[in-house]
Write a new protein. Structure first.
Lengths: 505, 322
């Protein structure tokens, strides 16, 4: 056990209850100086409740918080910030319409003769960001920079304001691999400066890439704190979900299926979106799409579904040339598409689970032929059961469900239309490990039923697990296709990273 | 060029172009007399529009200013007619009342979490109603001090005059620009327009800022009322109907985003001048009905809304890809 002086932050026996539930039950967390400490657990395990207790967003019911050995009791996030605990959230909490410098110094702008001294503020901002390897024009609006840079600005502000403890709440969820690497370089540098860093994420690779220690919560209780080096992946997942699902993710590897080719795309593409590509999809096959963010994965999906009209090439279904110029046309061909960003492109938050599930089916029938309520109820109940969507009842507004359950409801929406080809864009992003495994199992069972699937995912190991073939994309082009023995995570990464491998396939 | 300067540049370009067109037809429009009159005639509207700019930048709206201007006129007329109060004292009293009135609306908007539209609509009826309570008739102001104030001017070469009220408007704009860009309060206004929840998380004193924004708008509406009473030498409770809408128009034509967070006080001045120029042109022409002013302003406003939509549309994919 470490002596107390090594800990920059200690939370001891924290308790927090909400009406009807115990969100945190005597949880301990010890954060050392200069360490990155991953805080893991499924959705609802109590991670965010614990963070909110530490940052004063919630009042804890019991337990104590020691910062630098002294007991503290932050009443709100400002006080926590003043004491030295800064937080950076997944959604960048800065103002897009202010300049970078204004965002860094909002509320504490340097003043001269009562007026804001813009020049000195900009100079200070440049100096501050230089420490983060960022050389940008600080007088431009924050919105003109990428999410990754905004994230770094948010970190710079939090560290500048607080300087002892930095809490990163899923900071990498919308970053691509390069950006994550940049962020990690900064985190390592802050670690050297002696900050204690709490890191929350769903990406286990990232946990191992950056963390020194791992604390796992489950159902509001502390499962344990381990050295990251000594805890292997399977064991970690077992700790998080409390059952041996880890093996399952690894073991499912479908045999190459020799169903007949149903979908044929030749020279299909759209200028400025995705270079023309050839693609065949057989019945009972999962075609994976791998590539970095912005490589053209999502564009491929959108063009297949008619969200963007193709300007070259032909599409054939069962040998017939078909028109896929709009989502309606694609739905008529029995295509289904679960987009990546379920909040903006998928769920209708205020509608009930039932209404969200029947939405696509109703749209296909046309509004003049409403689906009878009895049928709606039957469908909703069927899929709530089949996909194990955890909701109190089918009339609950979908926004009240957890991310994984929302994702399953959107899947249900497309399954209700009984599609022949289902396109899934990042079906497992931002959902917890348990739901993750269930979605993967679902993809498996759909494939076994003879459905064709195209799945886009950033998680390469996951793709390897369920795909029969994987198409690799880079710079808006399909650059390689891997199958059979070639289909390994290593080969995929190689294909993504290759610089002059345009003709690799 | 940075994108946020695009609407402002468009406004200035339109002003310069239309001025050039007018000058090509009526070279007299270039004289300093016309320019001086342009400032004097639009002084009350300009001063009120500065307050409106701050309100809109913060993401709100203030519908009460036209009614407050009318109230101010009637208040001054009645007080000066029946009392022995010196106009300067009456001015101070009036500004205190309208500032408190604005602050009260700001407090209601913030603490009761009511939409600014409804609260200031209620404020509009209240202020207009109070004006009627004071007097139903148009009351002339004959105080000698008014004559003194009206005779003050700065003579421009070429015979034009910057009157007291025209100069006051320019001063208000100058101070407004300083507040917007060189004070923490100014940055906080932009911050509120960018997103109240985020601004709050970043430590912006949301309550104080909201109250001060509407107090400032009330103060400037009161000042605008004083200028209006100097301009017309009377107080009438039915005066200045729809001035709030003209002010909103000037703000939007001036390149400020109606949803808040982006825009410039200086743009509003150009917006005022464009409106004034159209009116001047119609006066010069003499044959056109004055309703052409409204039609042209309407078209211009529509064009600017399209421009803003276009800019938002252009900037969005960039943000999504990021």
């Amino acid at each position: 056990m470490q002596t107390n002086s090594d800990n920059i932050l200690s939370a001891v026996r924290i308790e927090k209850g909400f009406p009807g539930t115990k969100a945190l039950d005597k949880v301990d967390l010890h954060l050392r100086r200069g360490e990155v400490h991953a805080l893991l657990g499924e959705n609802g395990a109590g991670k965010s409740t614990l963070i909110k207790c530490l940052t004063g967003a919630y009042r804890r019911d019991g337990g104590s918080i020691l910062l630098d050995g002294a007991e503290v009791d932050p009443r709100d996030t400002f006080e926590a910030q003043r004491l030295g605990i800064g937080t950076v959230y997944q959604e960048v909490n800065l103002l897009p319409n202010l300049t970078v410098a204004e965002n860094l110094y909002l509320g504490r702008q340097p003043r001269r003769f009562g007026m804001v001294d813009t020049r000195s503020m900009n100079r200070k901002a440049r100096e501050l960001l230089a420490e983060y390897e960022l050389d940008i024009d600080v007088t431009r609006d924050l919105a003109s920079y990428s999410v990754a840079i905004q994230q770094v600005v948010a970190i710079a502000r939090a560290v500048d304001l607080s300087g002892k403890v930095l809490i990163l709440d899923e900071p990498t969820a919308s970053l691509d691999a390069h950006e994550v690497e940049m962020l990690f370089r900064i985190v390592r540098r802050l670690k050297k400066r002696g900050l204690g860093i709490i890191f929350i994420t769903h990406f286990l690779e990232q946990v191992y890439a950056i963390s020194d220690r791992i604390t796992v919560l489950r159902n509001g209780q502390l499962v344990g704190t381990r050295e990251a080096r000594e805890l292997d992946r399977r064991e970690l997942i077992a700790l998080m979900i409390g059952r041996e699902l880890a093996t399952e993710i690894q073991s499912v590897h479908p045999d190459a299926v020799e169903g007949e080719t149903r979908y044929t795309f030749r020279n299909y593409g759209r200028r400025g979106k995705i270079d023309p590509f050839d693609l065949d999809v057989r019945a009972g096959e999962v075609v994976g799409m791998a590539g970095l963010l912005g490589s053209g994965r999502t564009e491929t999906a959108e063009i297949l579904f008619g969200a963007h009209r193709a300007d070259s090439g032909t599409a054939k279904v069962d040998g017939r040339t078909v028109d896929l110029s709009s989502p309606r046309a694609a739905i008529r061909q029995k295509f289904g598409f679960c987009p990546e960003d379920r909040k903006t492109a998928g769920i209708v938050g205020d509608l009930s689970v039932r209404e969200n599930i029947v939405l696509a089916l109703q749209a296909r029938r046309g509004w003049t032929r409403p689906i009878p309520r009895v049928e709606q109820n039957r469908l909703a109940d069927l899929y709530i059961r089949a996909l194990d969507i955890r909701t109190a009842d089918r009339e609950k507004p979908i926004k009240l469900l957890s991310g994984g359950n929302q994702q399953k409801a959107i899947l249900a929406r497309w399954l209700a239309t009984e599609p022949d080809l289902l396109i899934l864009d990042e079906p497992t992003r931002g959902i917890d490990v348990g739901a993750h495994a269930e979605i993967i199992r679902l993809i498996e069972s759909l494939r076994e039923k003879g459905m064709s699937l195209i799945v886009i995912s950033s998680e390469i190991e996951e793709l390897v697990a369920y795909s029969t073939r994987v198409v690799v994309l880079r710079d808006h082009a399909h650059v390689a296709e891997l199958n059979g023995a070639q289909l390994t995570a290593h080969r995929i990464v190689e294909a993504i990273a290759a610089t002059n491998g345009r003709k690799a396939s | 060029m940075k994108q946020k300067y695009l609407p402002l540049t468009a406004t200035i370009l339109i002003f310069v172009l239309s001025y050039a067109l007018c000058a090509a037809q009526y070279p007299n429009i270039l004289s300093t007399r016309v320019i001086g009159n342009l400032l004097t005639d639009n002084a009350f509207l300009g001063i009120a529009a500065v307050g409106m700019t701050f309100v809109i930048l913060s993401g709100g709206i203030d519908l009460s200013i036209g009614a407050v201007i009318a109230f101010a006129g009637v208040f001054l007329a009645v007080v000066l007619e029946h009392g022995s109060m010196h106009p300067l004292v009456a001015f101070a009293l009036l500004l205190t009342i309208t500032t408190l009135f604005g602050a009260l609306m700001g407090a209601i908007i913030h603490y009761l979490e009511m939409p600014a539209f409804i609260v200031t609509l209620a404020g509009m009826f209240l202020a207009r109603g109070m004006a009627f309570v004071l007097s139903i008739d148009s009351v002339p102001i004959k105080h000698p001090f008014y004559g003194t104030l009206k005779s003050l001017y700065y003579k421009l070469p070429g015979g034009g005059r910057i009157t007291l009220i025209g100069g006051l408007m320019l001063l208000v704009f100058a101070i407004g620009i300083l507040i917007a860009h060189r004070t923490r309060f100014g940055t906080n206004i932009y911050a509120l327009g960018g997103g109240t929840a985020t601004a709050k998380l970043m430590g912006v004193p949301v309550a104080a800022t909201t109250v001060r924004i509407y107090a400032l708008s009330g103060l400037l509406a009161g000042l605008s009322g004083i200028v209006f009473s100097l301009y017309t030498s009377a107080g009438y409770s039915l005066a200045a109907v729809g001035v709030e809408l003209d002010a909103i128009t000037a703000v939007v034509i001036g390149g400020t985003l109606l949803t808040g967070g982006s825009g410039f006080v200086a743009g509003t001045l150009v917006g005022i001048l464009i409106q004034g120029l159209i009116q001047t042109y119609i006066t010069f022409d003499g044959t056109l009905s004055s309703w052409w002013t409204k039609i042209l302003i309407g078209l211009l406003l529509f064009a600017f809304i399209l421009l803003q939509k276009g800019i938002i549309h252009l900037s969005r994919p960039e943000r999504q890809r990021a």
